[in-house]
Design a protein around this ligand. Sequence first.
Ligand code: 2P0
Length: 320
Amino acid sequence: MSDIITATAHTNIALIKYWGKENVDLNIPTTSSLSMTLDKFYTRTSVEFNNSLAQDTLILNEKEVDPSRVHRFLNIFRSEVADFGSVLVISKNHVPTAAGLASSASSFAALTGAMSGLLDLNLMPTQMSRYARRGSGSASRSIFGNFAIWNKGEDEESSYAESFLNEDIELSMIVAEVSATSKKMSSTKGMQLAQLSPDYATWVERSAVQLKEMKAAILRSDIERVGLIAQENSLAMHDLNWNCPEPFDYFTDKTRELISFVDNCYKEGLLAFVTIDAGPNVKIITSRAQEKYILKRLQDNFPDLQFDIAHAGPGIRVEV
Ligand code: 2P0
């Protein structure tokens, strides 16, 4: 067993979203979800046992921060594997967190990979996915590269992600970083509120149909169908947030301007679609062939925004 173990995991963007839990403690979702792992954004995390520390310690982006969520996660290994002492976790996010791009997926996937190395667990990727899921649902998918499906399952054993297609289909995502002006609502809280929407059952039913269609579209490398389905699924997720008993909104005016700009691009005959998560950022889905042209159009029309192009990226890597 080495003294320090490091793992790198990339973030992922869901094309079919996870937005609701059947079991809050175990992060068992109400629907299966499907994502693309991104090459551009990742978290690198190192772990070591350190008995001189009074408690688990987290250094994130070179600053010591509240370790409680990490501590709760490490306690899963303590109760299921071995009762070890304090762990020093040093993590660096290569994800623009300030702009609200979620980093919990790459963070908990990287931490899972590093801990499985530190504890010499020799986990299969699907077992790693189960651990990562308990840190943060979307982290279950970041174990895998390219396209992954998190099968909802029904309990601790059966809810994990697996590789759907470990190939690039020439799909590009242009991430538009829109800074949040409204109060942030965590995904965990947001999805619990959304589940109270009268439209929630319909969203769940529709999601199963969309997942089937999405799988077929990915296998055909049909970027237009992938984009259309992802866009419908994501916008319907945000409809739930507006139509629940305590409505909330992740969009800003800029988010709405981008949505309508992208819609106009599609009407002109370009491949351009949006998917939006628990924040104001817009991810524009297009093809590798059209990405530069769309990027230029976006930059010309939104000169104050930062854009990054991302492609399909790799699964988890544990350094030995
Ligand atoms: C997703 N999101 O499928 C969805 C779409 C955001 C919108 O997974 O409570 O941070 O830690 O399990 O994984 C973000 O939710 O939530 C997320 P928890 P998580 O990517």
